[in-house]
Design a protein around this ligand. Structure first.
Ligand SMILES: Nc1ncnc2c1ncn2[C@@H]1O[C@H](COP(=O)(O)OP(=O)(O)OP(=O)(O)O)[C@@H](O)[C@H]1O
Ligand SMILES: [Zn+2]
Ligand SMILES: [Zn+2]
Length: 829
């Protein structure tokens, strides 16, 4: 028997219930050309419908009956779209995050292109005229006539143009007679971006004549005519804005023949066309120099290629990254710089583009699909050497990668909450390992996990302890809000903060007011003594559920009645805690009616460009007081901001999350880091009901190490990461009753399987099943099972989950329930 070659393919079929690779036979004619990482078309299912697939493996031996296999139909790519390493990375991610093949590979591939098979018709060459003459059917004759007069015609277009009933049977009949031939081509569709453009159709010299012809009261039309006389064309939107006119005004002029409106493709360039300011090389500080040298020496000697830079706010980490990238380019290698999505502002991009110009591609989620595809192609084709982007830029398709930088590595947006639910730090590390590249993590407030690893020498720790401008870090003044209540001040602002804002306004300096408003939940606390209701077993603040007037632990499900008086001090000032940025804005505007106040949060920045607009206003000194959430903590480098007010550190401190203390330390440090970056000394005022909490005292002392030492002990004691893994399994369904029964059965099944198969089960804890903290989303109910397990047991637990859930053996009611697994999630909502 002749030897055959087989390909394992991930097929792009959403209705597939089983998540597996499909094996196809490689026809002889493709044997030389087919490579791993290419896309192919394969017949699938009963109807042998042709669908796209990605080849992830080519082999000579298989243990399936060859007679049952189908052949690959055609090749979509003539070069692999994904490299061998990227395929390996994808297969690793699939296992690591218990994701579906298709989800993983969709994230690795460029978005914005879709391939489809198009059927074309053509007349056969050398057909006999006599044969055509014999055809009686009018419809068939019509088709032949049509084909004679076009050089390329696809079936759908013919259908539209000829308006023949049952055209397919006519076509089939012509094919049978061998008069016409049908052939297929794969067409790539790239989403293009169009905009409407208005053209002037009259001669500029005729302006006055036209103005006279228009109705004397058609002021708007006249304004448009005046405006467009000076130019030839302009975007429709821009014209409407500039002349303050409506669409009907412009259409009226078009109907009179003075203007035309056309759809035109927008030339895409995500780095706005405005001039980018050159980012000149800076004279390095000694600390920067040492940091860079250590890294380069280690790389050159092949000693270590994983680093954690712990550099205080304003220490000049960016310049370190820039110098390392410069070196990579000298070595003919490429670099990826990851920053959190919200700090991917034009300011950040400018720092890289300002240094490296058109060697930089920018990738972020606000790009249109087409824009993203363009950037992806620039990278793939070797036209750029540097990619700057948010999370998904870790998949930038470089072929000689030298460096991945992850700035603000502690940021939780590096964990994806959509399938595959990957952790960018882990993926970057794996990619560096596969491609021999260097990994640099940087932060002023490293995550507990990364710092822990650096102490175990899994990452090399480097420190920048001074600001590049040699200024000291701004002092943090902590205000005890319990004392404000004693003084009879029940407002959101302490006397101290209020006076500081006043003073700042008088001195023409800018103020940032920060409030963490993430999450829907609130907690219950005593405004007199600072008591907060917590779960004793989990060390997590209990969440207040207004509708039932209950307090609940989001980890273990423990509930209790909301206390009416404080169990600690007996005061009646115990109530749920909650305030939003809008409320603060209202109060500030009331207190300082002449100040220029702006709010920056998800509500005010949902429109493209609005984020940038606000930041520019701050930069140009057009805002006195900026009120904001997380968004304002990131990478802002404004020299006139001298006062930062943290309204309620408690809101972060009491998030129902084991990372609450860490988040508080990070936010406090990062927000404070925004003050005093210019000549004037900065000032930070932090308001809280728990001034003695270690995350606040250590942040006040600018002492990360002390914070770390306190926090790591608690993590160990209460069994949280990095000592354990938390796996969050959420089951969703529209049917509440069935969901309950099903989740219960799933829980029992997992419990039993784990008990039967894993030794030392005390290292594994199953919690639940409980309604998820967000118990209903868009009409679907959500139940949750949490698994806490020691690092040594994670692989065995994952294997059980894989067998039970991912490969779908347990879930016979596939259509009724959706199950999602998140390993070490950001939040367990
Ligand atoms: N060697 C240097 N000499 C003078 N100024 C420098 C030097 N390096 C960096 N700077 C300036 O110091 C400021 C802070 O730098 P950068 O934003 O890189 O700090 P960072 O460490 O990233 O801080 P953060 O963590 O707060 O974002 C910038 O204005 C930068 O231009
Ligand atoms: Zn109390
Ligand atoms: Zn609990």
């Amino acid at each position: 028997m002749e030897k055959k070659v087989f390909a394992e393919v991930i097929v792009d079929n959403k209705s597939t219930k089983t998540d597996r690779l499909y094996t196809y036979i490689v026809p002889d004619r493709f044997e030389n050309d087919l490579k791993v990482g290419m896309r192919v078309l394969v017949p699938f299912g009963r109807g042998n419908k042709k669908i796209e697939g990605l080849v992830v493996n080519i082999k000579n031996d298989i243990n399936i009956k060859v007679s049952r296999l189908k052949y690959i139909d055609s090749l979509v790519d003539n070069k692999p779209i994904l490299s061998q390493e990227m395929i390996k990375l994808g297969l690793w991610m699939k296992k690591k995050y218990l994701a579906q093949y298709i989800d993983v590979f969709k994230t690795l591939m460029p978005t914005g292109i879709t391939n489809k098979v198009v059927k074309y018709l053509k007349l056969n060459e050398n057909i006999d005229e006599c044969k055509i003459q014999k055809i009686k059917s009018i419809n068939q004759r019509k088709i032949i006539e049509y084909l004679k007069h076009t050089n390329k015609a696809d079936v759908n277009t013919i259908k539209r143009n000829l308006n023949i009933k049952n055209i397919i049977s006519s076509i089939n009949s012509l094919c049978e007679k061998e008069i016409i031939e049908m052939y297929e081509e794969i067409e790539t569709e790239v989403n293009k971006k169009y905009q409407k453009v208005v053209y002037r159709k009259f001669d500029a010299d005729n302006k006055n004549e036209i103005l006279k012809k228009l109705n004397s009261r058609a002021y708007k039309q006249k304004a448009v005519v005046e405006f467009i006389t000076d130019i030839k064309y302009i975007g429709l939107k821009e014209l409407m804005i500039k002349t303050n006119s409506s669409l009907s005004t412009i259409k009226a002029l078009r109907d009179k023949g003075y203007l035309s409106i056309k759809d035109e493709e927008v030339k895409r360039n995500p780095i706005n066309n405005k001039a980018i300011v050159e980012n000149k090389k800076l004279q390095l500080t000694n600390q920067q120099k040492e940091c860079i040298n250590t890294i380069l020496k280690n790389i050159e000697k092949n000693k270590c290629n994983k680093f954690l830079i712990h550099g205080v706010t304003g220490s000049g980490k960016t310049e370190v990254y820039l110098r390392l990238i410069e070196r990579m380019l000298k070595w003919n290698k490429q670099a990826i710089v990851l920053v959190p999505e919200i700090s991917l502002t034009p300011q950040t991009v400018e720092r890289f583009v300002g240094r490296f110009g058109d060697k930089v591609a920018v990738l972020h989620s606000r790009l249109s699909l087409g824009e993203r595809y363009d950037e992806w192609r620039k990278i793939k084709e070797g036209k750029v050497q540097i990619a700057v982007g948010a999370r998904s830029a870790v998949f930038a398709p470089f072929d000689n990668l030298g460096l991945i930088v992850i700035d603000e590595e502690h940021e939780n947006s590096y964990k994806s909450s959509m399938s595959p639910k990957y952790n960018t730090l882990e993926v970057a590390e794996k990619r560096c390992k596969l491609e021999g590249a260097t990994l640099i993590l940087g932060s002023a407030t490293p995550s507990i996990e990364s710092y822990y690893r650096s102490l175990k020498n899994e990452l090399k720790l480097l420190k920048l302890t001074e600001r590049a401008n040699k200024k000291s870090l701004p002092p943090i003044e902590v205000v005890d809000m319990r004392k404000e209540l004693d003084k009879g001040n029940k407002s959101i602002f302490s006397e101290k903060l209020l006076n500081a804002i006043k003073e700042n306004l008088e001195n023409n300096k800018q103020t940032i007011l920060f409030l963490n408003r993430r999450g829907f939940s609130t907690f219950v606390s005593c405004r007199k003594c600072g008591y907060v209701a917590k779960c004793k077993q989990c060390d997590i603040s209990l969440t207040y559920h207004m509708n039932k007037d209950l307090l609940k632990c989001h980890y273990c499900g423990f509930t209790m009645r909301t206390p009416r008086i404080c169990p600690e001090c007996g005061s009646e000032y115990i109530k749920y805690f909650g305030v939003g940025t809008e409320k603060i804005e209202e109060v500030v505007k009331h207190l300082f009616p002449t100040a220029r106040v702006e709010r920056m949060d998800v509500d005010t920045t949902s429109r493209k460009g609005s984020h940038e607009k606000i930041l520019n206003k701050v930069k140009n000194g057009n805002i006195d007081i900026l009120i904001g959430t997380q968004m304002i903590t990131k990478g802002l480098d404004f020299h006139n901001v001298t006062l930062v007010g943290i309204i309620a550190a408690d809101m972060t401190l009491n998030l129902p999350d084991f990372r609450a203390a860490e988040r508080t330390f990070q936010l406090t440090t990062q927000v404070s880091g925004r003050a005093g970056r210019g000549e004037a000394q900065g000032r930070v005022i932090l308001q809280t009901y728990e001034p003695e909490h270690y995350s606040i005292t250590t942040s006040q002392a600018h002492n990360y190490v002390e914070f770390y030492e306190k926090e790591i002990k608690i993590r160990e004691e209460f069994e949280y990461p990095p000592f354990t893994n938390i796996i969050n399994i959420v089951v969703t369904s529209k049917d509440e009753k069935k969901l309950y029964t099903f989740t219960k059965r799933l829980f029992q099944h997992l419990d039993k399987t784990i008990n039967n198969n894993i030794k030392k089960v005390e290292d594994i804890e199953l919690i639940g099943p409980n309604p998820a903290p967000l118990s209903r989303i868009k009409g679907s109910y959500r139940w949750q099972i949490l698994i806490k397990c020691k690092n040594s047991k994670i692989e065995s637990v994952k294997q059980i989950l894989e067998e039970t859930i991912t490969s779908n053996k347990f879930n016979e009611y596939f259509n009724l329930f959706k199950i999602s697994i998140d390993i070490n999630p950001n939040s367990i909502m």
